[in-house]
Design a protein around this ligand. Structure first.
Ligand code: NAD
Length: 498
């Protein structure tokens, strides 16, 4: 990619520079520009929505048979696979994740298109039991223009989870990627067009969320917003949606508890806890950031955990052995540092990390090491607020009643993890933990066929799953009269009616 040239953006089938400010997508490992582009402005938002509306009405996409739409989605999946290495390298540069992680995200995006192609082909509409002289049916219709607003932490995977079901359902989609990671959404739109998606059905609007995302959400032609991002932004969108009577799905923040019971397999638990919090440098909504350890195990477990965390390889995202890349930006690293300082001010002690690494690449990028705090209580601010970085707070617990009370004491309820050798204890605890997903003797594992979402401040609605396509459709009931006689109420004899 020639970084000096202005990268065009995709507005209603036209590839051209946006009308907004020129800015660069930067590689978080070095701060260097990966690409320069002009953001969209409000006029571009209007054009994208009007173009999407026209494409929805006139391209024939919504009227295509499900297997025909599925055919295009299968081709998108194939093209993602064909370009997988290029996409993985681009995402590494766009958001600084280690290459092995971005390869997995690209593979997951291809899988998502394949899955929703199959969901589209096999979606059934039902004939419902009749209670009169009619045949009654329940069918689904596409909604029109759908907005997909995504965060910076898992580009392409986040977009695929919204774009694939929305297109499968017959809609047009306007994507608003995070301002600092626009490149994968733009590349995905190209691949969608190459796969045969009619022009105008997909637009991508890079730029400021407070301007573009807000305008998209408010627009009367936008019939649904599927949002992934922070809870504060999600609540803002929910308020706008309430005024418009518009359905939304909100995938928001988390502060997930991971629990190590006294009968856990320690090798598995250490590996799982590390992966749960430190993979993606902790920039994950489901990061297991609160660790509860049975008191009898606390010190031996912590010693193993700290030793293993100290060995994690933090560094160059292009190196296949790297486990943690840089954080997304200088300002985000400062925010993580403020939380660590706050934890110490609240009485916490550092067991590991807490200092920027230095030397070589570390001096150029926004690196931060695995950091473990202890000596804090669950009610304190660092245990209640989402840090979104590689910071784990470890706390001992004395009994399961106390544990449950603390694990559930959070405005968030996205995910939880349990490490135990006793499936009955796991069952009892797993059912009482308040969270959208509970992992037992594993963590951060995903299947596109399993619904995902949060409770409380972690969100509204579910993505993924075979029926995830239905959130992008309106349900309609059809009644087919089968009466031999005119409806009795009017008292019209048949011969008069004829
Ligand atoms: P963010 O809320 O700042 O931004 C998310 C998206 O919303 C971006 O595209 C942004 O431009 C846009 N936006 C910002 N203000 C807006 C407004 N007023 N109206 C409409 N759109 C607006 O979040 P972020 O910092 O990009 O991402 C990190 C957050 O995302 C974390 O809280 C994380 O937990 C959450 N997240 C949740 C999930 C999940 O599935 N639950 C997955 C990934 C990330």
């Amino acid at each position: 990619m020639n970084t000096e040239q202005t990268l065009p953006i995709c507005i209603a089938g036209q590839w051209r520079p946006g009308r907004g400010e020129r800015y660069a997508s930067r590689y978080p490992a070095t701060g260097e520009a990966v690409a320069w582009l002009n953001a969209a402005d409000l006029q571009d938002v209007e054009e994208a929505i009007q173009g999407a509306h026209q494409a929805f009405l006139h391209s024939g996409w919504a009227q295509r048979k499900p297997h025909e739409r599925a055919g295009v989605l299968y081709r998108i999946a194939e093209l993602i696979r064909l370009h997988s290495e290029e996409l993985a390298q681009l995402q590494r540069q766009d958001n600084g994740k280690p290459i092995n992680e971005t390869r997995a995200l690209v593979a997951s995006a291809a899988g998502t298109f394949q899955f929703f192609a199959a969901a589209c082909e096999t979606l059934e509409e039902t004939i419902t039991p009749s209670r009169g002289d009619f045949v009654s049916m329940s069918v689904y219709e596409p909604m029109g223009v759908v907005a997909a607003i995504t965060p910076w932490n898992s580009p392409i995977a986040s977009e695929a989870q919204k774009v694939a079901p929305a297109l499968a359902a017959g809609n047009a989609v306007v994507i608003k990627p995070a301002e600092i990671t626009p490149l994968l959404a733009l590349r995905l739109a190209r691949l969608c067009e190459e796969a045969g998606l009619p022009k105008g059905l997909i637009s991508v609007l890079p730029g400021k969320g407070s301007l573009l995302g807000d305008a998209l959400t408010r627009h009367p032609l936008v019939k649904r917003v599927s949002f992934t991002g922070g809870t504060r932004t999600g609540k803002h969108i929910a308020h706008i949606a309430a005024d418009k009577m518009m359905p939304v799905s909100l995938e928001l923040g988390g502060k997930s508890p991971t629990i190590v019971l006294d009968d856990a397999d320690l090798d598995h638990a250490v590996a799982g806890v590390l992966y749960g919090i430190f993979s993606s440098s902790g920039e994950a909504c489901i990061a297991g950031s609160r660790l509860f350890i049975a008191r009898a195990l606390y010190e031996p477990f912590m010693q193993r955990l700290v030793a293993a965390a100290a060995n994690l390889r933090v560094g160059d995202p292009a190196d296949e052995h790297t486990q943690m890349g840089p954080l997304i930006s200088a300002s985000h690293r400062e925010s993580v540092e403020r939380y660590v300082a706050l934890g110490l001010a609240e009485g916490g002690r550092l067991r590991l990390g807490g200092q920027r690494p230095s030397g070589g690449l570390y001096d150029q990028g926004f690196f931060y090491p695995p950091t473990i705090l202890e000596g804090l209580s669950n009610h304190q601010q660092v245990c209640q607020e989402e840090i979104f970085g590689p910071v784990l707070v470890a706390m001992p617990f004395d009994n399961e009643a106390q544990l449950l009370e603390q694990a559930n004491d959070s405005v968030y309820a996205l995910a939880a993890g349990i490490w135990t050798g006793d499936y009955k204890r796991a069952w009892a605890l797993g059912r009482r933990l308040q969270a959208g997903t509970v992992w037992i003797n594993t963590y951060k594992q995903f299947s596109i066929s399993t619904p995902f979402g949060g409770w409380r401040d972690s969100g509204l609605g579910r993505e993924k799953g075979r029926l995830g396509i239905l959130q992008y459709m309106e349900q309609k009931s059809l009644y087919w009269g089968m009466n031999e006689q005119p409806l009795a109420w009017a008292g019209v004899p048949r011969e008069v009616a004829q």
